[in-house]
Design a binder for this molecule. Structure first.
Ligand SMILES: [Mg+2]
Length: 172
């Protein structure tokens, strides 16, 4: 698999009903700030948050699967309106399959945006495999599409805009 010409990306994007998101390195820039008691803090990008709300309002479902636990992140994702959230998930594929089936979707109707080795099984499976500009080579090698923006810096917004635009659902 390798990056596809834009018209083929748009063709795949037209079928997408749910975009699965990775957190670290995709919704965040991948940095973890470790406090004196071991507590983790990470940054979120407001433009991505707006894109998430926009996607849900326009009928594009969103799901999040992350290998790390984070109650603060769960709160923000729930506040943004995301209902499908699996955190602290070492192996992402079973969580993906469970959510996909619960939504009654096929792989061709799912997109995933992830940036590293744990995302590769999902990227190989979904109809539209997306990664970020500063992704690890493992994710780049199997992606259909690579964002211009880095993770935590607008990559998720770019992916949402692409899918909504392909479906003629991006408000002007
Ligand atoms: Mg990641």
């Amino acid at each position: 698999m390798s990056v596809l010409p834009r018209d083929q990306v748009d063709t795949r994007a037209r079928d997408i009903r749910c975009l699965f998101l990775d957190i670290d390195g995709v919704l965040t820039d991948g940095h973890l700030y470790i406090g004196p008691h071991g507590e983790e803090t990470k940054t979120n990008f407001v433009r991505d948050g707006y894109g998430i709300k926009l996607a849900l309002r326009q009928g594009l479902e969103l799901a999040v699967i992350s290998g790390r636990p984070s109650e603060a992140m769960r709160k923000r994702l729930e506040w943004l309106g995301i209902r499908h959230i699996a955190l602290d998930t070492e192996d992402k594929e079973p969580a993906y399959l469970r959510m996909r089936d619960a939504m009654g979707l096929t792989d061709a109707q799912c997109a995933h945006i992830g940036d590293d080795v744990p995302d590769v099984p999902l990227l190989r499976r979904v109809g539209l495999a997306m990664t970020v500009a500063d992704a690890h080579d493992s994710a780049r090698a199997v992606a259909h599409w690579i964002s211009r923006h880095d993770g935590g810096r607008g990559a998720v917004r770019e992916a949402i805009d692409l899918i909504l635009a392909a479906q003629d659902r991006l408000p002007r």
